[in-house]
Design a protein. Structure first.
Length: 398
């Protein structure tokens, strides 16, 4: 059923309201397609709610699909409006019916499934494995900074890495932030007073040229596609997620350029192809359409995590007896190897930052110690000039 604009009903956003609203399966919740906004290649959807207040019907814009809203979330907002109107905000809190963290987490994970590059799988695992049992049954307004400090302490004592603990606490922050955005919570975010764990997990291990050749040769025996992804990371510094997202239209063989959409900061950058990478893509683009993924699993499904084949080979070749996570070779080590090779060749930190797509200069600073300093280069140049001059003198004397 379509609801036409106007007809004596109050409209709160005349600039973005389209001519017709489509009723959803939720009572009092309507959706309308934008004529000017797009989201994921389709017209953006706006959700409106209607309810009776003061003897009159009122329309209220809740938000857009691109902002993370859905018909279900709009229904929750409407239910809160109706409750407030009926009880004039004087209804005593019913602890059993108050919004619990697990209820909000369920809504957040539903949103993450549609809006995050990993479809919320990492967040789902962190919540279910580390947070739900500890604070899932608490009301939002009951969760304090002290509660989260206890959670942090327990997780660190359980032998989880500081990075994993930090991800869990950041997830709590994101859940509360979304609750505020969606109009489901008005209090303070309890994570504000929690000091996040300091990370000392930057990869230090990078491969020599010989080790890289050995790795690629062994991968080629096990899996051509894993070999190609590893070669691409070594030659361009691309992250695994960036490689998984590559489509044919991102490859410019004529100019030797790759357009990379960074899944972390959503900014595009260009990578330059080496001869090996150009040959790799020349073979892979055959029979593929512009929107087809370059690296897929069975039935054309894109990868969402690196094949276990890589980990198996890396363990066999480099990780036996290595307990320090920073010294173990992982797929991300290939990106670190690319950056380290650039530094050893004397490339500037500015160039390294651009090629790696680092958001902050501090991330690139880790390569500074590998760049030959000016004094070393001056000494080497002097030695070369001296040796060349001595050779010339010797030749004349002969």
């Amino acid at each position: 059923m379509l609801a036409k604009k106007g007809e004596g009903m109050m409209i709160t956003d005349t600039k973005t309201t389209e001519n017709y609203r489509q009723r959803t399966r939720y009572q009092g919740v309507y959706e309308r397609a934008s004529e000017t906004r797009n989201f994921k290649g389709k017209p953006d959807i706006c959700y409106d709610i209607t309810y009776r207040a003061g003897g009159k019907f009122r329309w209220e814009k809740v938000g857009w699909l691109s902002e993370g809203y859905s018909a279900k979330l709009a229904a929750d907002v409407r239910a809160e409006r109706v409750r407030s109107i009926r009880h004039k905000e004087e209804l005593p809190r019913d602890k059993k019916k108050a919004l619990l963290l697990k209820d909000l987490a369920s809504k957040y994970l539903e949103w993450a499934k549609e809006n995050k590059s990993d479809h919320g799988e990492h967040d789902k695992g962190r919540y279910e494995n580390h947070l739900e049992a500890r604070i899932g049954d608490k009301r939002l307004d009951e969760i304090t900074t002290l509660d989260l400090e206890r959670v942090k302490s327990e997780l660190l004592k359980s032998d989880l890495s500081p990075a994993t603990v930090k991800h869990c606490l950041v997830l709590v922050r994101q859940i509360f932030n979304k609750a505020v955005t969606w109009g489901l919570y008005k209090g303070m975010n309890p994570i504000k007073g929690v000091k996040l764990p300091q990370l000392q997990n930057q990869r230090e291990r990078f491969l020599s040229y010989q080790e890289a050749d050995i790795l690629l040769a062994e991968l080629e025996k096990r899996s051509a596609i894993v070999h190609d992804m590893a070669l691409l990371s070594l030659h361009t510094g691309m992250r695994a997620g960036e490689i998984f997202g590559l489509r044919c239209h991102d490859i410019d063989l004529r100019h030797g350029l790759i357009t990379i959409l960074d899944p972390k900061n959503k900014q595009a950058r260009k990578a330059h192809m080496t001869k090996a990478v150009r040959e790799l893509f020349s073979k892979r683009v055959i029979d593929l359409g512009p929107d087809d993924y370059l690296f897929t699993q069975h039935r054309g499904i894109p990868f969402n995590e690196m094949s276990k084949i890589f980990g198996t080979v890396a363990d066999e070749l480099f990780n036996k007896g290595v307990k320090d996570r920073r010294q173990r070779v992982t797929f991300h080590s290939l990106r670190h190897t690319f950056g380290s090779w650039l530094a050893l060749q004397g490339e500037s930190l500015v160039t390294i930052r651009e090629l790696l797509g680092h958001k902050s200069f501090a991330m690139t600073q880790r390569y500074a110690h590998l760049i030959p300093d000016e004094k070393s280069r001056a000494s080497a140049a002097l030695e070369t000039a001296f040796n060349e001059n001595r050779s010339e003198r010797y030749a004349k004397e002969m």
